[in-house]
Design a protein around this ligand. Structure first.
Ligand SMILES: Nc1ncnc2c1ncn2[C@@H]1O[C@H](COP(=O)(O)OP(=O)(O)OP(=O)(O)O)[C@@H](O)[C@H]1O
Ligand SMILES: [Mg+2]
Length: 263
């Protein structure tokens, strides 16, 4: 469904030498099967957001390529949605919640009745069935993030990219949102690529965890999370295998950081 092939990204240092030259992504290759849930972890500044922006067609790679459903990405592909790291800035403050969620459906030319129904369903799914008329700034951070998720889900993407979507919410809301995303994934069969710096979150959510090295990034390890498909916050996190897997990811990230320092 998604293929990243020898992706390499350098910022700045272009013709005329504008800007600081930063080799953000050294060389990254991996593939994601249709309907699977893959998490990406890596140290801060290692290029995770850069990677997602290249996959979403928002940033051209320096070399290498990305394919979504067999087609090379040259701009934002159809059927792909992104939930950004800074969700507060991704909602339009002058639009009510329902209008924010409806926007991509309007852009896609969906009929009015159908749009209403999809917005309704998506807001219900994220537990905001009564927030249609509110403005984003009247909601808490966690609720705003739910709106951003509802907007992505209403669009019924085939691929959903999420960039540290829960970084700014409290632990309890975060656990609820993790389970929300898991159920959305299971119900709709969306292919998920989920970036987080939280190792526990990556292991809890993912069927696979791709660990990135520090910048210039490459894939340090691609680990299959062989926990049962049915997961819940208490049992799964208490599982001995969960502890083992998180230890493995933790060690790999530490190693990546050390390598970053000695380079
Ligand atoms: N627009 C830009 N122009 C120049 N350099 C950039 C730009 N965006 C990011 N970088 C640099 O590229 C590197 C990777 O940044 P990126 O934001 O992709 O990392 P990240 O892994 O998402 O970090 P974090 O975990 O803090 O979100 C950093 O060194 C950053 O300074
Ligand atoms: Mg980032």
């Amino acid at each position: 469904m998604l293929a990243v092939k020898e992706l390499h990204k350098v910022y700045g240092g272009g013709p005329g030498g504008r800007g600081r030259r930063v080799e953000a992504i050294g060389e990254v290759s991996f593939a994601v099967e249709e309907g699977s849930f893959v998490c990406v972890v890596g140290p801060s500044g290692c290029g995770k957001t850069t990677l997602l922006r290249c996959i979403a067609g928002l940033l051209p790679p320096t070399s290498g390529e990305v394919e979504v459903d067999g087609a090379r990405v040259t701009g934002p592909p159809d059927g792909l949605a992104v939930v950004f790291q800074e969700y507060g800035r991704s909602l339009f403050p002058w639009l009510r919640v329902a209008d924010n969620v409806e926007l991509p459906l309007r852009a896609a030319g969906t009929a009015k009745d159908k749009r209403r129904r999809m917005v309704d369903e998506a807001l219900h799914a994220v537990g905001l069935g009564d927030a249609h008329q509110a403005y984003p700034w009247q909601l808490s951070g966690g609720m705003q993030q739910r709106v951003a998720i509802a907007r992505a889900v209403a669009y019924q993407p085939r691929v959903l990219l999420m960039d540290e979507p829960f970084a700014a919410v409290d632990a309890q809301t975060r656990a609820d949102l993790e389970d929300l995303i898991r159920s959305v994934h299971q119900q709709l069969g969306i292919t998920m690529l989920f970036v987080t710096h939280d190792i526990d979150e990556a292991v809890y959510l993912g069927e696979r965890v791709i660990m990135l090295s520090s910048s210039p990034t490459h894939v340090a390890e691609d680990l299959v999370i062989d926990l049962p498909a049915e997961r819940d916050q208490l049992t799964t996190r208490g599982d001995a295998r969960f502890t083992e897997l998180r230890g493995r990811v933790y060690a790999q990230i530490q190693k990546a950081k050390q390598e970053g320092k000695t380079r």
